[in-house]
Design a protein around this ligand. Structure first.
Ligand code: ADP
Ligand code: MG
Length: 376
């Protein structure tokens, strides 16, 4: 059932409008966002739709095709609404906390972004609701402020310590472009990313591996990076350049910390190199950077699992120009840069490798760069 149908059925009236916000894949730049570095996501055609209509002031109700019961809440403080509706209550709280008068609303959610697969269904949910409430209330919130407002909902209200990447992608991406984002200054640049014109495609492979220990491991990586920056006397690891790397590593006693730093510093440079190649129209040449990024995540940052490593290896063996895990890690998705004509062969190769390893079968599809959050 569509979000509009759910709205009609649940609330017995027509919604005032429909708002959509996409999931995303990150082409390159993993765990660099909270180190104030660079990322390069693009929006997926998969998106979350919020059908929204007015309600009395101070009252909000939300239902989702992914949940049995609607959830109603008034003005709340962080954490008061738990579970999936917390992302929605978090958006209301974040806007109010920033001084905006948020209109009461009834909300119905539907989505074709896979939940919990590293494609950022949480940011798609936040961004669809944020955009809807801003439009419905006629609030004056410039586009550049919106990602940070959605991020606060997730960080402060839900309590998930994620960076600015997901919300920026869902809100600011454009069709046929990848979003080059500087996570320190929030400056963005829209990089041409129309692969079809070159006979190329990004194949996304959802490993369907069960996520394990994600929150704890994420927190540990983040802490390690922050401690390293402190020891090195820089505001964030973004301030260590590849030229400074050897000297920086020599100042760190802990081998694990050294490898974490090496991933972040080299990954930032790989994002910059990828952007330069894309700007020069040399899309195929980004392949080795993608594969190097994967090796760095596997060996130095240690955030991959066998399912994603096998997906990368089998895609490369089938002729992909490059492949890497995308997203925070410990499961999730892999992306591979391939010739469009070789999509079926590549998928068959990955599926065969999974079958041989007796892993749950992966889900594969071709991803094109879609638009960011918008009213439909
Ligand atoms: P990801 O963002 O990678 O998909 P997260 O764990 O960050 O994974 O967010 C997934 C959570 O977001 C879900 O468990 C659920 O609480 C919430 N969520 C996302 N989309 C929806 C939706 N359409 N309906 C209800 N809850 C959703
Ligand atoms: Mg998320």
């Amino acid at each position: 059932m569509s979000a509009a149908d759910v709205f009609r059925q649940r609330y017995g009236t027509e919604p005032a409008g429909l708002w959509a916000a996409p999931g995303r894949v990150n082409l390159i730049g993993e765990h660099t966002d909270y180190n104030e570095g660079y990322v390069l996501p693009f929006a997926l055609p998969q998106r979350t739709i919020a059908a929204v209509g007015p309600a009395p002031a101070g009252e909000w109700t939300v239902c989702s095709t992914f949940a049995d019961e609607p959830v109603s809440f008034g003005v709340t403080e962080p954490g008061e609404v738990s579970g999936w509706a917390g992302y929605v209550a978090g958006i209301v709280w974040s806007l109010r906390d920033a001084g905006f008068e948020v209109p009461g609303a009834r909300i119905a959610i539907d989505s074709d972004v896979p939940l919990g697969s590293g494609l950022s269904s949480s940011a798609a949910l936040e961004s669809s609701v944020l955009t809807a409430l801003i439009d419905l209330g006629g609030l004056d919130v410039p586009l550049e402020r919106r990602p940070a407002l959605a991020q606060r909902a997730e960080n402060v209200y839900v309590g998930a310590p994620t960076g600015i990447l997901d919300q920026s992608a869902s809100i600011r991406c454009q069709e046929g472009r990848a979003l080059f984002l500087d996570c320190r200054t929030y400056e963005i640049d829209q990089i041409p990313f129309d692969l079809a014109a070159e006979g190329l495609a990004i194949l996304v492979i959802n490993s369907n591996a069960p996520h394990q220990h994600v929150d704890g491991e994420y927190g540990a990586r983040r802490k390690s990076c922050e401690e390293a920056a402190h020891i090195l006397g820089v505001p964030a690891l973004r301030d260590v350049t590849p030229d400074d790397l050897a000297e920086a590593l020599a100042k760190l006693d802990d081998d694990v910390m050294r490898r974490r730093v090496r991933h972040i510093v080299t990954e930032d440079q790989r994002v910059l190199d990828t952007v330069e190649l894309l700007r020069a129209g040399r899309t195929r040449d980004i392949g080795p950077l993608l594969t190097a990024s994967h090796a760095s995540m596997r060996d130095d940052f240690e955030i991959t699992v066998p399912q994603v490593d096998i997906a990368v290896e089998s895609a490369l063996a089938a002729g992909a120009y490059g492949a890497r895990m995308t997203g925070g890690g410990f499961g999730g998705c892999v992306l591979a840069l391939i010739d469009t004509a070789r999509a079926d062969e590549t998928v068959a190769a990955v599926e065969a490798a999974y079958a041989e390893a007796t892993f749950t079968a992966p889900t594969c599809w071709i991803a094109t760069a879609g638009p960011g959050a918008t009213r439909l």
